[in-house]
Design a protein around this ligand. Sequence first.
Ligand SMILES: [Zn+2]
Length: 333
Amino acid sequence: MKLACVCSRLAILLVVFIPHSIEAAPRRPAVQRVAATPYIRLTDWARTRGFDLRWLKKDETLQLSGQSNRLLFTVDSNDADLNGVGVRLLFPIAIRDGMPCLSQLDAQMTLDPILSTPRSRRGAAVTRICIDPGHGGIDSGNRVGSHQEKTYTLLLAQELAAQLTRVGYKVTLTRDTDRFIELSERAAIAKRRSADLFVSLHFNSAPNSANTVRGAEVYCMTPVGAPSTNARGEGSSAGWYPGNRLNDKNVYLAYQLQRSVTKTLSTEDRGLHRARFAVLREATMPAVLIEAGLMSNPSEGRKIFDAGYRKQIAKAIVDGISAYRRGTEQRGS
Ligand SMILES: [Zn+2]
């Protein structure tokens, strides 16, 4: 009697659970359009990745969490947080029929490459790094008082080259003196020297030299069909460039560097951004551009002009590159 009772309960459970388990199996999220941009429901995307979704503040902020990842989104905002790292989405989170939605491009071109590490072919190694000190010669870059950006990008590049060499990387610089190089030539140099990664170094400046803006941001190439997330809008065409070929690795490298730089330097996390900068458009290997701090912020500026702090920036970049290498390389031949 008791057994029969258990069996009948099991039968009920099966009836209830079998359809549910089929329902819960990952499916391709349905696509709908918000202002002509393809979007998918966050609940559908969360299910395909095994994430739980809950509102932290109803209709404002929501959290997706899985075994080892946590994402935070804000409705109507491009700012997302992935495991404590700022990621600027290509399109804002939208509400459609009462449901939060994520652009399909952000799912496929921004978040998936970070969550599912892009692997290199077996045996391929990251050994040669091309460092590009921003500006040079007649192009001084940003200026704060007598300080010129081109001076500090070169000093940082030289420190970074020394540290990378010490841990076994081969390093090549687009310039090792104060000379002008065309932007298009910089990516070409990296290609000619068979670099595995391209890292362009810059320091930012805000319009008002007394302002409080500070922090680091890392850029990688904007995907085809998406707007860039920086206001300068270089490379206005949304068409295809060589730098689009390696989107997944570009994003994964930018994420690892953004994470390492902001954690190591305890500075403000200004987020992973997208831009069609010339050096990123023409790159034929995974490429990023790092704005490692703001010269115009009095306290951050003082640090940037100090060799000890630049050593810390260089160390953070080395650690970010090594995290990228560990993630993407597959051992064996
Ligand atoms: Zn610059």
